[in-house]
Design a protein around this ligand. Sequence first.
Ligand code: ADP
Length: 989
Amino acid sequence: MKAYRSILFVIVIVIGGVAFFLGVASKDRRRAQQAQQLLTHNNSVINALDTVQILITSKESAVRGYTITGDYIFISHLPRYNKIIAASIDSVRSLVASNIDQIQRLHTITRLINEKDAFQQEIVQARKVSIDSAMHLTASLRGKKLMDQISSSLATMKAAQELLLEDSIIRFRESSRQALRTSIIGAIAVLVFIGILLYRLSRDIQLRRKAEEELMQSEAKYREFVENADVITYTADIQGNFTFISKQVETLTGYLPEELLGKHFSVLIPPDHIPKVAAAYYEQFQARIRETTLTFPIIYKNNGIRWVEQNAILLERDGRAVGFQCVVKDVTEQELVRQKLEKIEAEQKEYQYRIQAILDNAPLMIYVKDLEGRYLVANRQCREVFGLADEDIIGKTVYQVQSNRQSAERYDTADKEVLQNRKSVELEDVLQLADGEHHMLTIKFPLYDKDNNLIGLSGFMKDITESVKARQEMIAARQKAESAETLQEQFLANMSHEIRTPMNGILGMTNLLMQTPLREQQREYVHIIKQSSDNLLVLINDILDLSKIKAGKISIEKIPFDLKEVLQTINATFRMKAAEKQLTFSTLLHPGVPIYLLGDPHRLSQILNNLLSNAIKFTEQGYVSLEINVRERQDKAAIINFQVSDSGIGIDSKQLDLIFESFSQASSDTTRRFGGTGLGLAITKRLAELQKGSIDVASKPGAGTTFTILLPFAISTKEEVARGNTQAIPQRSELDNYSGHHVLIVEDNDVNQRVLKYNLEQYHIDTTVVENGRDAVRWLEKNKTDLVMMDLHMPVMDGFQATDYIRRQLKLNVPIVVLTASVLRNERSRCLQIGANDYVAKPFAPEELRRCLDRFLLRKDANAPQTFMKSPVADNPVFDISMLMQLNNDKAIREIHTVFENTVPAGLDELKQLAIKEDWKGVVELAHKLKSSLGIIQVKDLHEIMTTIETSARNQQGLKEIVPMINECIAAYYHVAPMIKMEIDRALI
Ligand code: ADP
């Protein structure tokens, strides 16, 4: 149809075009004809004018002939000439009728011709009279004049006509050319039209062919579909009863058409679907819907269900619905597939819902991202914590979700790391949320599909603000506890020092006094003073011991010793004490007990002393005994059993468990009756436990008590014991050997200065006394001595600092013996560490002092290593101010030193606070700053530790070590500060 229309269109256009050009051409031809006519016309006019001229001239000749000859022959034709002239004039007139100019001219010519004719008639008449009169008339020139006028008028007219002729020739030529142009344009236009139309035609043909092909294809498809679909058609009346059914119904329902005709359609539908189907068609009928499609199940005759798709067209007649025309198609397979898919989809949805529920209820923020870092899933926690809706997250990247650029970058970097290394990554960050800062711990890990292809990553995120806070609080609390402990320790050290210092004075002076000649009564008094002081010292030692044990500050030594030696001392003491109370005292050392042991003889003595003291104290009559046996014996070790028994008052069984508690006594009147503090057994038990031993008690009130101690010892040898035993007490005869030696006493307490000084002078030793560490250093810079006896706790510069200074700055190896009133063992070991050679506890027994003098003045233990000489610390100065000194400007040096003293301790304190708060960025910055301060006044250890702190904090490694390291720095600073000050003072004098 479309193609025909095109052809029609082409034909119409072509005909139109041709008609138009024919029109144009005929117009051109007419114009050419006109031009032609004009040409002919003009020619006729010119010819006619020529004829008039010729006739006029001929007539003139005839008149002249007659005039001359008088022969009538000449004039016989004159009327004919006139007639022809008149005819010619008429014809000219008719030809130029439309040309007013020419008509006027013609008029003039006619007038002149008539005038000429009249004159010629006059001549003819005159001739008839006489030749002369005729000749006279001829000679009058009137004739000639008229003749010239006629000729010139005719010439004018002819010229005008010739002009017209020329014009008509041009016009003719023009119109011919126009006609040619028109035909060429026309031809081109027609060609173009035809071209376009041919193109359209061919395209239409192509399209039509394609459409036809498609149609053919779809027709084929349709045919195939119809053939395969088992389409059946039927009609039903408006009640739904079948009125016609096509044959194929059998394949679909199992019924023959005739079995169904007249039946209601519902017989074929499962009962539970009837209402729905009926309602649908009732609706179609009510609403007059022309066509509907509905899918529903039908019953197959031999049971079973088929699914059909029914296309129902409402049949109408005279504007009334009369029934349905239906096309039914079996869609059982599609329907089953669809139902299956639907089920799978529902299951999938359910599954997804469950996963989402799990994710949403997990106490973590959980999300999944694709490889480009876009969120695919985010659980409820995520949305709630960040205050975002699902659409604000899903499909977005972290940069769009997290407003803090730095945090976003950190997370993005972690993502990339996870994807690149295919390993999980953990990171902690502080995020600014609506309600403040939150610490977030995130664990990210890669996600794979079932073929093990990386598809993205997932993250678990937990708000650890609370635990971080708790951790920080814990560290702060620990710090507090630690500093409290340090304070307590410090307090103990001070206490110990404060109490022992006067005790030292009392005991020292008592000892000196006892060596002077005394009257009997005086001797007794002095003895009582000594005993009381000794008791007081025991009490102090007990209290301090217990505190130390509780603080875990006591350490057990492992030195070789001779058990018999320990027993000898104990024997000597308690035999006397027992004798005072008239008690039997016995010690029994069983033969199998190893004598040379490796352990702490002092602590063993302490334990036995405590138990035996109690036994004697609580026994009025009978005996006190010490029995030593082996419980277990191996090659290199043994468990030794010490049993202390008495026949004393015994202990109530109810109290037995309590007596090992501190400050507990068996009965409330014990103190009144026996004295004591209730500390002894508590200490004993702990000492035994510290040595990996145990204590047990068995008692019967009124009958006696037995304490059993089991202690493990490694077994030593006689040689080892001999080598370690440096406690040989010199004989009196060696006294003089000390003379000529010099000792520098560094002690701030006036009494103690004197105790020491008098003691040494007894041995003829020269002494110099200085008040503190600084003075000692100054004295040593200029003088020499054989031994320095150095108190630890002194103002200005204490014993530690002075010792350190002497060793590392002055590089002197003079023997230094520290006198310490402190029982804190770490204080003693610290002394040895920084280069002291020995220590003596204050108050000191005369024997102890003698031991030291022997060791360092008589070099009795030449074998003993000079620890400080080999100590690596000895090579390193504690600090170095040479760089500062290079300034060479006293004022500047002082100023920098002041800045150092002001900023470093404050900076260290701040650093500690930052570390406790876990502000690692702050720690890095401040540590770096402090490092540069420590570069000018170089405190070697401090500088190194600070570097470690800085790198640890930066790399987030070994963070737990940072606070202890800062504590170390603080201690180190306070240790060197007075030394630096002294050095600067000295340098700037
Ligand atoms: P203290 O002797 O200073 O009171 P202890 O801790 O040494 O403190 O002893 C605790 C208590 O145990 C004593 O007060 C005493 O009641 C009881 N006790 C200790 N040893 C004996 C003993 N050998 N016989 C009887 N009672 C004892």
